[in-house]
Structures are given as C-alpha cells and as structure tokens.
Design a protein around this ligand. Structure first.
Ligand SMILES: C[S@@+](CC[C@H](N)C(=O)[O-])C[C@H]1O[C@@H](n2cnc3c(N)ncnc32)[C@H](O)[C@@H]1O
Ligand code: SF4
Ligand code: SF4
Length: 413
C-alpha cells in the first residue's frame, strides 16, 4: 500500500492522472530463507552469489527514485537472511522512498537460541534507527501449533509475535508508522480472520489479507516459471469434503465479518473492493476483471537485478541494473511488450498489485487508503507476554474441513 506524505503527493497525483508513474515497486533482496512455509517455494531458489552488492544497491536506489517510485517493499525470501539489508534500508531512505520490509519475524537460526534472538532484534532496531517505519510480518493463525506447522519450524509463532510486539512498542506514536500483519487466507484459518484483526489492533498493527495461491498438481512448479514460488498443498485449499453451498457460506461469513470490521474502523489495510474481489475469487476462482497496471504503476526486481512487470511474469526486459534501463523503461518498445504481457495474463490476487490499481481506479479505494494512513494510533500496544496470554490459542487447533483440490486448481488457474 502506498503511503500518503506531502513530498509524494505530486508523484501520486501524476500517477492518478496518467497511470504511467511506477509509484510502487517490490525488490526481493534475496530468495534465501530460514523457513520452508508449506505454501511457499521461494527458498528453493536462494543463491547468495546472484545477489546485488552494496554498491549496486545504491545505484538501484537512485534509479528507483528517478523513475518515480514512492513506495518500495523489500521482500524475498527472507530479507534478514541478507547481510546487506541495513545497507539497503539506508540507501532507499536516503533517496526519500517510503520503505516497507516484509519479514517472517523469526530470527535466523530461530529465537529459542537467545543469542540469535537478541541479534535479530538488534538488527530490527538498527533498521528503525535508520528511519524504517514499516514492517510487514507474516502470521496466519492464533494457534501457535497451527502456525508452527505452516512454517515447518517449532516456536515460529512465539518468535514472530515477539518480533511484532517489539516493533509495535518501538513504533508506537511514530508518525507515518503502520506495521502490518500479512495473513494468507486458507482452509486452515478462514474462521480466524476476525480475531486476527482484533489481535493486530491490540499490538498496534494493521492487517492485510491475501488468499492463498496453490499449484494445481505436484509437477506444475517444475514446468512453469510463474509457479516456481508456490506449492502443491491441497490441504490449504478451501472446501474439500463440503458441499458447494457450505463452502460459499464459510467464505461469506468470514468476508462479511471482516468487511464489516473495516467499515467500523478496524485496521485492515486492504481496500473494500479488494476484499470483495478476494471473496469472489475464493468462491468462483475468477480473478478481478479490471485489467492490470503491472509495469506502469508498479514493477518487481529479483535478487539478481532482473526486472519484471510483476512477481509472476518473466519476459525479455532489460536488466534493471543495465545503464540503459531508464531509457528502455520510457520507450515505446517497453510499453508494447508490457501491454502484451499484462493483457495476456489470466490475473492474480496479489494485494500489493491489485490494491495499488484499485487505489487509482476507484474513489472508494483511494479514500480508504488516505483515511487509513492518516489515522493516528493512540492505544498502548500489548507486550509479548500480554499478547500471548490474551491471544494465543492453547492446545491443538480444531481440524478444518480437509482442503479442496478444486480451489487449488482454480487458484493455480
Ligand atoms: C514470500 S514472503 C516474503 C517475506 C517474508 N519471508 C515473509 O514470509 O513475510 C511474502 C508473503 O507471501 C506470502 N505467501 C507465500 N506463499 C504464498 C502463496 N502460495 N500464496 C499466497 N501468499 C503466499 C507469505 O505468507 C508472506 O506473507
Ligand atoms: S513465506 Fe516467507 S518465510 Fe515462508 S518460506 Fe516463503 S519466504 Fe520464507
Ligand atoms: S494480473 Fe498478471 S500481470 Fe498483473 S500483477 Fe497479477 S500476475 Fe502480474
């Protein structure tokens, strides 16, 4: 989500008029990761040798600023797996970009190792001291056992929540700070969404929901470049073992409640049009039909500097680090290729992409974004012990309906 600040209004206004300013960008600083989450396959492609050097990161930051990028998300993989993260934070902040770091919140080597846990929080603090105000941290359940199982690491829930509460307290009252929980909506947590919203509010966070994307069959990731990063996990698909009307009722119940919570002022980052589109996607498998602004309003850069119009596509564009990239980006050749790619894409549900478009296409999306980013935070966020005591669901999570291959097929298209 783009943040509204006085300095960036001009670029945002220009983007609203022309839809030709790439106000949002994503850079995967590394594909390496300390976790192997069930639905994600990015960590299989981690290779430190391919990643950009500190001097290249400074060049990239200056180039992004010249192109008009207002908001950059540094993701991965796991950004804290890169020793260059602090260099990058400094470089992008020096260039005046609004920065968000997407992290799993789990220390390298994991937080049950006290030294590793302290070292990780020291790095978080260093980033905040450098001026970083926005983190997105993944959390998909209030049941520690369920979340540890999704991440395939014992103690991941405690680690992630410890990091969140640390950040929530450090950023309390800081102007422009909006730490956010990234929650992947799946068969495992559909009934938990309203409580995840309340939990987020209690620790000083907002929440962003993204429907899970799954492969249709086990071999898809091997054949298909676009599908390398997601996995075949039918147990995460919504609805197996249920009738169609029961599935629709579960989805409606969950989305009715979070849309109402948002209307009541709860800190949900997604726009209402995006939440409605997610509901439709989960029920029918259809993506939003509004077209796509990939490569115009936003773009993506891989750890090795490869430029793509979004996270999914890989076509013959110039490398972002090539000295001629800016000229290429403004050329008719680029616009022609970009248009063909975006027009031939079946669609997706990535909140960062779709919500950026939605913000520039619908008045509702635009004003919701502006209202959310200027709302002050006043309540004292919970610390870790309070958050665990109030919100951690003890014991084993109730078994969800057993996952739906149809939804997996729909999600993978
Ligand atoms: C790829 S991770 C990178 C940042 C960091 N490692 C983290 O987990 O937050 C970014 C987000 O993508 C989500 N994600 C991973 N695989 C997904 C999938 N198959 N469908 C939807 N979201 C997915 C993660 O849960 C996370 O919130
Ligand atoms: S979702 Fe994030 S933490 Fe989990 S494996 Fe993927 S990159 Fe790593
Ligand atoms: S709709 Fe297609 S081209 Fe557009 S952001 Fe999604 S995957 Fe990329």
């Amino acid at each position: 989500m783009i943040r509204f600040t006085a300095r960036n209004y001009a670029r945002i206004a220009q983007a609203a008029l022309t839809r030709r300013v790439p106000v949002y960008a994503h850079w995967g600083i590394t594909h390496r990761c300390n976790l192997t989450c069930k639905m994600c396959g990015i960590w299989r492609y981690g290779d430190e040798k391919e990643e950009l050097r500190p001097d290249e990161i400074h060049v990239m930051a200056a180039k992004m600023a010249r192109l008009g990028v207002v908001q950059l998300s540094i993701g991965g993989g796991e950004p804290f797996a890169s020793k260059n993260l602090e260099t990058a934070v400094q470089a992008f902040i020096d260039q005046g970009l609004n920065l968000r770091v997407l992290t799993n919140g789990v220390p390298q080597g994991n937080g049950r190792n006290v030294v590793a846990g302290r070292a990780y929080l020291d790095r978080v603090d260093r980033c905040i001291d450098l001026g970083l105000k926005n983190f997105s941290i993944s959390l998909d359940s209030l049941y520690p056992t369920r979340f540890d199982d999704i991440c395939e690491v014992d103690g991941a829930w405690d680690d992630a929540v410890r990091t969140m509460t640390h950040i929530g307290q450090r950023l309390q009252g800081v102007s422009g700070a909006m730490p956010t929980i990234n929650c992947v909506v799946s068969n495992l947590n559909l009934e938990e969404l309203p409580d995840l919203v309340r939990f987020a509010g209690d620790i000083g966070f907002a929440v962003s929901f993204l429907p899970v994307e799954l492969l249709a069959d086990a071999k898809d990731g091997v054949r298909n470049w676009e599908a390398r990063f997601i996995r075949y996990r039918p147990e995460l698909g919504i609805g197996r073992g249920e009738g169609a009307s029961q599935v629709r009722a579960r989805i409606d119940r969950a989305y009715d409640r979070i849309i109402q919570l948002k209307a009541d002022g709860a800190p949900i980052l997604n726009s209402t049009p995006y939440l409605e589109a997610s509901r439709m996607y989960l029920k029918t498998g259809r993506f939003p039909a509004d077209g796509c602004d990939a490569g115009r309003l936003y773009f993506s850069v891989a750890p090795n500097g490869q430029f793509t119009i979004c996270h999914r596509t890989v076509h013959q564009h110039l490398d972002f680090m090539d000295p001629g990239f800016e000229e290429y980006f403004h050329s008719a050749l680029y616009e022609h290729r970009r248009m063909l790619e975006a027009a031939s894409c079946e669609g997706c549900m990535r909140a960062c992409w779709i919500d950026t478009s939605s913000m520039f296409r619908t008045m509702q999306g635009f004003f919701e974004t502006a209202r959310l980013t200027i709302r002050p935070r006043t309540a004292r966020p919970l610390d870790f012990d309070q958050a665990r005591q109030r919100w951690a669901r003890t014991g084993d999570a109730p078994a969800p309906p057993s996952g739906d291959q149809d939804q997996a097929n729909r999600a993978a298209g």
